[in-house]
Write a protein that binds this ligand. Structure first.
Ligand code: PMV
Length: 336
């Protein structure tokens, strides 16, 4: 048997209604549903090659041989793919991001979405979008949202079978721009996988989760009706609720820096005082995702660059789904 290879591309996503905390940590079943937008122009490209001659899985990340921790996370994930395909073949994985890693742009989301697609295609499985999203979820929860395109909802579900993401609107439905404001480029101290384990230690988590269906409904309706004011209010509330849980967990997690708060307060002021369609959301890091409507994005970018502590502003429009680039061998894809 010769080697079997495939390459896939996926974009990261920014959540407007956040995922923080699992009902089942092993299966990565979330405590609440979430809503996000895929980020165009930013991507992970991953090539997976299975070969009978390989004795173990190997991983190259951004042109460097990955450490033991990252490699075993990938091996653990590939074990799920091997189980689906009923094979013991080992793989070589080469993955590259075209954006900085570990700065609050969810690289694990695009990484596991691209890996799911490349690995299953390479081994000869043809998964539906739902099946792929479920699989990506096992690598990193938010990765399930990088499988479908545009504006996406992760349906929390009750079990492994019904916890996956679906597209709620195409990328061209609403011309929003995520101005990603970089205030720090060092790796974050506590990654989200560890953070999820702490969520339930906060006395505020129960209230956040309990109210999540209401926020999901409001956010979804706001997206469908392109109602920026409602969208902004609910997106900012959801972000701050997640950070309130983080700050009150045991041990507490403080992701904001002074620059983060400076950006947040200015963005809200621009919306309230200048009537600009702009709002913020912050993930598990100090950088701020400033979401605005496309016609004002250049003005917002310029204003952001004037603020203290701002190192760089990246801009991303809504992106499409994870997609396959090439399948180097010509085996026929078979159904699950
Ligand atoms: O998928 P994870 O385990 O990296 O968790 C993502 C957590 C947040 O980015 C903070 C929120 C979200 O919904 O993306």
């Amino acid at each position: 048997m010769s080697s079997m290879s495939a390459t896939a591309i996926a974009s990261p996503n920014i959540a407007f209604i956040k995922y923080w905390g699992n009902r089942d940590n092993q299966l990565r079943l979330p405590l609440n549903g979430s809503i996000s937008m895929n980020l165009d122009g930013l991507f992970t490209q991953t090539t997976v090659t299975f070969d009978p001659a390989f004795e173990m899985d190997t991983l190259t990340l951004n042109d460097q041989v990955a450490d033991q921790q990252a490699t075993s996370r990938v091996t653990h994930f590939l074990d799920l793919v091997r189980k689906l395909a009923n094979t013991t073949l080992r793989a070589n994985v080469i993955s590259k991001n075209n954006f900085p890693t570990g700065v609050g742009i969810a690289s694990s989301a695009s990484a596991f979405a691209a890996l799911s697609l490349a690995a299953t295609a390479a081994i000869g499985l043809e998964l539906s979008e739902t099946e792929l999203s479920r699989l990506a979820r096992r690598g990193s929860g938010s990765a399930c949202r990088s499988v479908p395109g545009g504006y996406v909802e992760w349906l929390a579900g009750q079990s492994d079978d019904d916890s996956y993401a679906v597209s709620i609107a195409s990328p061209d439905h609403w011309a929003l721009v995520d101005c990603i404001v970089i205030v720090q480029v060092e790796h974050k101290q506590i990654g989200s996988s560890q953070g999820h384990l702490l969520a339930n230690t906060s006395p505020l988590q129960y209230a956040r989760v309990e109210d999540a269906p209401r926020r999901i409904r409001l956010c979804k309706e706001a997206i469908l009706h392109r109602d920026f004011e409602t969208f902004a209010t609910i997106t900012e509330l959801d972000s701050t609720l997640m950070h309130a849980v983080m700050m009150t967990s045991d041990p507490p997690l403080f992701y904001w820096s002074p620059a983060t708060l400076e950006i947040m307060t200015n963005v809200t002021r621009w919306r309230k005082e200048k009537a600009l369609p702009v709002c913020y959301t912050v993930d598990a890091g100090p950088n701020v995702h400033v979401i605005c409507e496309e016609p004002v994005s250049e003005t917002i970018r310029e204003q952001l660059l004037q603020l203290p502590g701002v190192l760089q502003v990246l801009s991303a429009k809504p992106a499409g789904p994870a997609r396959l680039c090439t399948t180097l061998d010509n085996h026929s894809l078979r159904k699950l």
